[in-house]
Design a protein around this ligand. Sequence first.
Ligand code: HEM
Length: 62
Amino acid sequence: MAARIQARAYVFQDMPPPGSPVPMPTAQERERIARWAREGAPLCADAGAEALPGDGGVDGGL
Ligand code: HEM
């Protein structure tokens, strides 16, 4: 599925569909999706990114 997400959101850029109510990802966000897919689609808590909240960010930081 990560390969399909990379294809649709980064390679073809037809997701999210143009005209849908969600905000379009920026080029930088599409790059980030592609990098996530290339690096094996790690789960958030394993991503080794900047300091994560103790709960792994499952609540979106709220
Ligand atoms: C960043 C946001 C999104 C990503 C990464 C994404 C990704 C995907 C993926 C991976 C599939 C599976 C089909 C395949 O294997 O190629 C898919 C299908 C689909 N998505 Fe999205 N999607 C996003 C947002 C949306 C939104 C906002 C809508 C509608 C408003 C939408 C509508 C659909 C529909 C109708 C399908 C099935 C038909 C098709 O494959 O074209 N998606 N999407």
